[in-house]
Design a protein around this ligand. Structure first.
Ligand SMILES: Cc1cc2nc3c(=O)[nH]c(=O)nc-3n(C[C@H](O)[C@H](O)[C@H](O)COP(=O)(O)O)c2cc1C
Ligand SMILES: [Mn+2]
Length: 510
């Protein structure tokens, strides 16, 4: 371990380095005052998300034993209100400087996705900080841990909101990393959803068909690039690990579990090992979710995740997402990674798409898809044909299942600026004529109106493409309108004069 400790490690490859850099950049607040895991800790984290404050590192959680399990990092990939660093925690997780913004982030993800994967390497236990402490069998007591209650209407205490599940197919050919929530069930088990459409659900079904439980590990505080990839809907039978290697610029170093043959990152903070039951279920939820709502009393039967061992490093840190109104990790991680994958899918299909973004305020329900108008004109298409083609390409894809609403915008619109999208929709999207509905594709049932809205006319709730463009944008090189704004209505010398005299006029700031 000592030999490795001196190596310079990028933050994307090492959670501790990530935490250290947040601290160095004044984007982390260490809280030494005792905090109650019953609602108080989550309430602080919620306020942090909603005000884009520093990530709180809770050192003294009521009920914590000494330097054991665990400290908590709240809002690990929340936004920052530091000027010019709003997406700093997202950027840092992907190997970018914390000043990177939307397009740079999406382009980085997709560059690394098309690069040669860097496969993981295996190291021995004595090279693994996560093996410093080990608990086995009945020494495991999840009910004794200071697990937070996240919201007052939740049906349980959620330990798992930002850890990485690792499972593999019975033939060992596909190892899948993903994020899915889980709450404490009893001393030795968590309970959580295993959605059949998710890869963890597909793999669980394979084990069920063999009549066996699914070997499993849940890893907290993994390399930040790994947790980003765990929230990205990449194609089935593709391991996330090679892509994570490319994102973090080095192979992920893995070490074997104590009680099964799953490999986990050697520098993880905490690892739970065991099996996901393919026969036993228990009540789970509800939990306030990524869409910012909770339906009290909405409890369902979900599989048990049975814990046979816990290994952890000294003074470990549990990263925690307190789900709800934007902007938390479902939006900053899941929304961003889906957007990048949708861009990949559109470009692979030969569509003239430049950029895709999920405005966080939409809670992962709107995707703004920016069209390259020069390439669009060459296609000699029109609004209905093109909108239908984009709709079928995206809604028919793996990430498309999560997406109900697409906003097609021209390249005068920055899809990472919500103000731009709203302006384009308001001014260019004609109700009915520019709206295209798709009823043949299913939706993630978690979307509030899917379960709680009016019944759809046909089997599925329709998805929609709203084309926020004029017909002339498909044909004419020169637009017939001009934007009325500071950036578009004044010659450069006037803008420069105004900007450089800003303080002289008596205004504050730049
Ligand atoms: C913070 C966070 C929490 C998430 N929670 C869940 C969840 O509870 N259930 C779920 O089905 N997906 C959840 N997701 C989304 C999945 O991780 C994502 O769709 C991922 O692509 C699934 O992995 P797979 O592509 O290997 O199936 C979450 C994502 C993030 C970033
Ligand atoms: Mn996967």
């Amino acid at each position: 371990m000592a030999a490795n400790a001196s190596k310079a490690v990028p933050a994307a490859a090492d959670f501790r380095q990530f935490v250290k850099e947040l601290e160095d950049e004044n984007d982390l607040l260490t809280i030494t005052k005792e905090v109650d895991p019953h609602l108080e800790l989550a309430a602080i984290t919620r306020k942090v998300y909603e005000t884009e404050d520093k990530a709180p590192l809770f050192e003294s959680i009521k009920g914590r034993e000494g330097k054991g399990l665990f400290r908590i990092l709240g809002a690990p990939v929340g936004l920052s209100r530091q000027p010019g660093r709003r997406f700093g925690r997202i950027a840092k997780s992907l190997g970018l400087p914390s000043t990177a913004m939307g397009a740079e982030i999406i382009n980085r993800i997709n560059e690394c996705k098309t690069k040669e994967p860097i496969p993981p390497i295996q190291v021995s236990s004595d090279q693994a900080p996560v093996k410093e402490y080990k608990l086995f069998g009945d020494d495991v007591d999840l009910t004794a841990l200071p697990v937070p209650l996240h919201h007052d209407a939740d049906g349980g205490k959620f330990l798992q909101t930002f850890g990485m599940h690792i499972v593999k197919t019975p033939d060992g050919r596909w190892v899948n990393w993903s994020i899915t929530r889980a709450m404490v069930h009893d001393k030795r088990a968590l309970v959580g959803p295993v959605i059949p459409k998710q890869d963890i659900g597909v793999i669980s079904q394979m084990w069920k068909e063999k009549g066996q439980d699914m070997p499993w590990a849940l890893c907290f505080g993994v390399p930040p690039a790994a947790i980003m990839a765990s929230g990205m809907p990449i194609p089935k039978w593709t391991d996330e690990s090679g892509f994570v290697g490319a994102l973090s610029g080095q192979p992920v170093e893995m070490v074997k579990c104590e009680t099964n043959d799953i490999y986990v990152p050697r520098n993880a903070e905490i690892v739970l090992e065991g099996v996901v039951s393919t026969s036993e279920v228990a009540p789970e939820g509800p939990m306030a979710e990524y869409h910012g709502m909770v339906f009290p009393g909405d409890q369902k039967m979900k599989p048990l995740f049975k814990v046979n061992a816990i290994t952890y490093r000294h003074d470990p840190i549990l990263p925690l997402c307190v789900c709800g109104r934007a902007t938390e990790e479902n939006h900053s991680v899941w929304g961003t990674m889906i957007a990048a994958e949708v861009l990949n899918i559109c470009q692979a299909a030969g569509l003239p798409i430049k950029m895709v973004w999920c405005p966080f305020e939409s809670h992962v329900m709107w995707f703004a898809v920016q069209v390259d108008r020069q390439k669009l004109r060459a296609l000699k298409t029109n609004i209905p044909d093109f909108s239908r083609k984009v709709g079928h390409t995206i809604f028919g894809s793996k990430p498309g299942w999560y997406i109900p609403k697409i906003f097609l915008v021209g390249d005068d619109i920055d899809p990472t600026e919500l103000r731009d999208i709203i302006w384009a929709e308001s001014t260019r999207c004609q109700p009915l004529t520019n709206e295209f509905f798709f009823e043949e594709y299913g939706n993630i049932p978690l979307m509030p109106y899917v379960e709680h809205g009016l019944e759809p006319k046909n089997a599925n709730h329709p998805k929609v493409v709203r084309c926020c463009m004029f017909p002339c944008e498909f044909v004419d090189e020169k637009l017939f309108w001009k934007e009325g704004s500071f950036r578009a209505s004044y010659p450069a010398e006037v803008r420069d004069k105004v900007t450089s005299n800003w303080k002289a006029y008596g205004f504050d700031g730049e």
